[in-house]
Design a protein around this ligand. Structure first.
Ligand code: ATP
Length: 360
């Protein structure tokens, strides 16, 4: 790992890949520091796989440049790039033992047998499967197979490990567990990971930085916390985490705050994101379920009615209707929600700096 190295492990400048007249990847630039975990998050069809295939060398960009540790890669074939890839439907060789699967790439690189054995043993130890070298893939659980697939790549010590939805085929519980494990493994190996997923919780839990991709373009590249607290676009606000959206008309601006008049006449307030917000414009205010608070009448931003209340242990999830919108609130179990029966009226407020307003 070259943590202090100023040259990023991966650098892309204005990458474009077109299929006919459609740009599947449209002027994407990125910069991934050595030893970090970078995720590309976006809905199906946004261009994630196309981008990853160009990084791996399976596909050529129509424009732009790819550099790995400063070296131009555009013309370099996949097997000459310091890159390995883990796929969703991993293909372990079914008739080879775990050890031989892991050693396959080393053998192709003509690494001597004694060193191969050592490296296989070491990587198996690191992924927590020290005793399984002689097993066949069919004798492993789904999670173990995924760890072997990772070990098979990591043993080759690539500069970049590209991961294409590697947890997608696992069941929910295993996926939750593997998320945390993948993050630990990435830190332990110090390998730079580029991970693509449509699952925002995966990207948020594991990544140092996340690029949110939509229709071939990056909408925002930031640390998970920043994406969550300061979404740069309405798409990011809606795609990352749960959010409530209230549509209204800008009645006035005050410094960094905008006031929106909703259909029922109530006025709500949030922080302005982006600057094209004139009085009279239609705008959307996003506010997170956990930012909503019950409040006494008078100081509330919004009056509504309870639709349902669901208890989930630590929190109550309240569904309410207000100003022609359905809102979700996540309220702490401190007794205040006890009386929220269906159809009860409620007053909601929030800190305006924790709500974001975008031009619609
Ligand atoms: P998913 O999460 O469903 O895998 P994705 O974000 O990885 O989606 P891509 O597979 O990169 O998306 O596809 C991006 C766009 O490019 C889609 O509209 C897809 O139909 C199109 N596309 C991808 N590969 C080709 C191809 N070989 N020929 C024509 N169009 C393609």
């Amino acid at each position: 790992m070259s943590g202090g190295d100023a040259t990023p492990d991966l650098f892309c400048d204005q990458l474009v890949r077109r299929f006919g007249s459609h740009a599947a990847v449209d002027r994407v630039s990125l910069d991934v520091p050595a030893g970090s975990f970078f995720s590309i998050l976006g809905p199906s069809g946004c261009g994630k796989t196309t981008l990853l295939r160009m990084l791996a060398g399976f596909d050529r960009p129509d424009a732009g440049e790819i550099r790995i540790r400063g070296e131009r890669m555009n013309e370099v074939p996949p097997n000459r790039r310091p890159v390995n890839m883990v796929f969703q439907h991993l293909a372990l060789f079914p008739t080879m033992t775990v050890g031989d699967n892991i050693g396959y790439g080393l053998k192709r690189r003509k690494v001597p047998a004694a060193e191969r054995r050592q490296r296989i043993a070491r990587v198996l130890e690191q992924v927590g499967l020290p005793d399984l070298a002689d097993r066949q893939p069919a004798q492993l659980s789904g999670g173990q197979r995924q760890r072997v697939a990772l070990a098979r790549c990591l043993v080759l010590e690539p500069t970049l490990l590209l991961l294409d939805e590697p947890l997608g085929a696992l069941d929910l519980k295993l996926r939750e567990q593997m998320k945390v494990e993948l993050k630990h493994l990435q830190k332990a190996f110090g390998t730079t990971f580029v991970y693509i997923t449509h699952d925002q919780s995966e990207a948020m839990v594991m990544s140092d930085r996340v690029a949110v991709m939509r229709q071939g373009r990056f909408e925002q590249v930031a640390a998970p916390e920043t994406l969550y607290r300061e979404p740069a676009t309405p798409f990011v606000a809606g795609f990352v985490g749960d959010n409530n959206r209230l549509r209204g008309e800008v009645s006035r601006r005050e410094g960094e705050l905008a006031y929106l008049r909703l259909a029922d006449g109530s006025e709500v307030c949030g922080r302005i994101a982006g600057d094209a917000l004139e009085a009279g414009a239609t705008a959307d205010l996003f506010v997170r379920p956990e930012s909503l608070m019950l409040s006494p009448e008078g100081v509330s931003q919004l009056r509504g009615r309870v639709i349902t209340t669901l208890f989930d242990g630590a929190n109550s999830r309240v569904e309410a209707s207000a100003a022609g919108h359905t809102l979700f609130a996540r309220l702490p179990q401190d007794g205040s929600v006890g009386q929220l029966a269906a159809d009860a009226s409620l007053n909601l407020s929030w800190d305006p700096r924790r709500a974001t307003v975008f031009a619609a």
